[in-house]
Design a protein around this ligand. Structure first.
Ligand SMILES: O=C(O)c1ccccc1NCC(=O)[C@H](O)[C@H](O)COP(=O)(O)O
Length: 363
C-alpha cells in the first residue's frame, strides 16, 4: 500500500512537469532542483519499502547496497539505517548487487522497445518442460539438465579447455534432455555469447538461461538470445516479482525454473498460481554448503503431496556426483536433475553422463 502510494507520488511529480502542446503531444520541462530532490527521495523510499516487503517474506538478499538517503531526507527510514553496513552479507547478495548495476547499464544501451523488436528474429521456442518429461519417460531416470559451466564462486575454474559448443554437443550426444548455460561473466565466466553460440550451432536440446534475474528486462534479453527457459531465484525475488515474471515468461514462451532452498521459499512458491517447474538447490547460496538431503527434506509430507497434485516437475540441483546420488533424489520425488561440476570436469563430458547415471542414457 505504502509502496504504491509513494510510486504514485513520484510519478505524479514527473507528470506535474508535463504539459500538453497545441498539437496534443506531451512536452516535458526540466525539473527544478527541489523537485528533482523530492523525486530522488521518493524513489529511494520505494527501494527501501521494497526491501521491507521482501524481508517480510523471509528474503534476506537486498537488491542494492543500502546507500544513505538523498539530501534533506526526513522520513520513516531515518533512524533504521544507522546499523546497516553497505558491504554485501554473502556471495549471493554480492552477485545481486553487481547484477543490478550491470542490468541498468545494459538497459540503457538496449531499451525494452529495442528488445521487443529483436524478438521477431529470435530463434523459435522449444518446449523445455516437455523435453524433461519425455526424457524421464524414455529412460526411467530423471531428465538431465546438463550445465555448461566454466567456473563458480565456490569451486573456481572447473575446466581450462572450455569450448561451450563442444561441451554442449557432447552433453546432447550423452543423452541430456536440456542444457543449462551460465550467462553471468563476473562470477561464473559465462556469457550470452555462449548461449547464442550453442543455439546457433544447431544443438537441439532446449536451453536454460542460468542468470541472476533482478529485472524483467533480462527475460526479454534471454529470449532474444535463444533461451527456452530462465531461472528465477526465490531467495532474491519477492512473490510479486515471481508472479509477474512467470507471466512474462509464459507470454514469451519460456519455461520458468523457480529455484528454492528451504521450506519457507518452497511454501511461498507453492502458493503462486501457474508454477510448473521448481528447482530445489542443494547448495546454500550464502554459505556454499552442499547437502543433497535438502531435496528429500523439501519434498516430504504435505509439500510433496501438493507438488504431485499440481503435477509440478521438481528438479534436484547441485552436488550430484554418483548413480547413488541420482537414485537418492529420484526416490525423493524429482523428475529432473541439474548437474554441472561432476560432468563438466570429465575429459569427455559425454562419458561423464554415463558415469553419473551408471548407464548409457543416450540409447
Ligand atoms: O556453483 C556455485 O558455486 C554457486 C555459487 C553461488 C550461487 C550459485 C552457484 N551455483 C549455481 C548452481 O545452482 C549450480 O551451478 C548448479 O546447480 C549445478 O551445480 P553443480 O552440479 O554442483 O555444479
Amino acid at each position: 500500500m505504502e509502496v504504491q502510494k509513494s510510486k504514485k507520488l513520484s510519478v505524479a511529480c514527473v507528470r506535474a512537469q508535463q504539459s500538453e502542446s497545441k498539437d496534443g503531444s506531451a512536452t516535458v520541462s526540466p525539473l527544478s532542483d527541489s523537485q528533482e530532490n523530492a523525486l530522488k527521495i521518493k524513489e529511494w523510499e520505494v527501494g527501501r519499502f521494497q526491501d521491507e516487503i521482501a524481508a517480510t517474506q523471509g528474503i534476506r538478499i537486498r537488491r542494492r547496497p543500502p546507500t544513505g538517503p538523498p539530501l534533506h531526507y526526513v522520513g520513516p527510514f531515518e533512524f533504521r539505517l544507522q546499523n546497516e553496513g553497505n558491504t554485501p552479507r554473502n556471495i549471493l547478495e554480492e552477485i545481486v548487487w553487481n547484477k543490478d548495476k550491470e542490468v541498468s547499464q545494459l538497459k540503457e544501451r538496449k531499451p525494452l522497445g529495442m528488445l521487443k523488436k529483436a524478438l521477431e528474429n529470435a530463434p523459435p521456442n522449444r518446449d523445455f518442460i516437455a523435453a524433461l518429461r519425455a526424457s524421464n519417460l524414455r529412460t526411467g531416470f530423471p531428465g538431465l539438465i546438463a550445465e555448461v559451466k566454466k567456473a563458480s564462486p565456490s569451486r573456481g575454474i572447473l575446466r581450462e579447455d572450455f569450448d561451450p559448443v563442444e561441451i554442449a554437443r557432447a552433453y546432447e550426444k550423452g543423452g541430456a534432455a536440456c542444457l543449462s548455460v551460465l550467462t553471468d561473466e563476473k562470477y561464473f565466466k559465462g556469457s550470452f555469447e555462449n548461449l547464442e553460440l550453442i543455439r546457433n550451432a544447431g544443438v537441439k536440446c532446449p536451453l536454460l538461461c542460468k542468470e541472476f534475474v533482478v529485472d524483467a528486462w533480462q527475460i526479454y534479453y534471454a529470449r532474444t538470445k535463444g533461451a527456452d527457459a530462465i531461472l528465477l531465484i526465490a531467495a532474491v525475488l519477492p512473490d510479486l516479482d515471481i508472479r509477474y515474471m512467470t507471466k512474462i515468461c509464459k507470454m514469451l514462451g519460456l519455461a520458468a525454473l523457480v529455484e528454492v532452498h528451504d521450506e519457507r521459499e518452497m511454501d511461498r512458491v507453492l502458493g503462486i498460481e501457474g508454477i510448473e517447474l521448481i528447482g530445489i538447490n542443494n547448495r546454500n547460496l550464502a554459505t556454499f554448503e552442499v547437502d543433497i538431503s535438502n531435496t528429500k527434506k523439501l519434498l516430504e509430507g504435505e509439500r510433496g503431496e501438493i507438488i504431485r497434485q499440481k503435477d509440478i516437475i521438481v528438479v534436484g540441483e547441485s552436488g550430484l556426483f554418483t548413480p547413488a546420488d541420482v537414485a537418492y533424489v529420484q526416490e525423493a520425488g524429482v523428475k529432473a536433475i541439474l548437474v554441472g561440476e561432476s560432468i563438466v570436469k570429465q575429459k569427455d563430458p559425454r562419458s561423464g553422463i554415463t558415469g553419473l547415471f551408471g548407464k548409457d542414457i543416450s540409447v
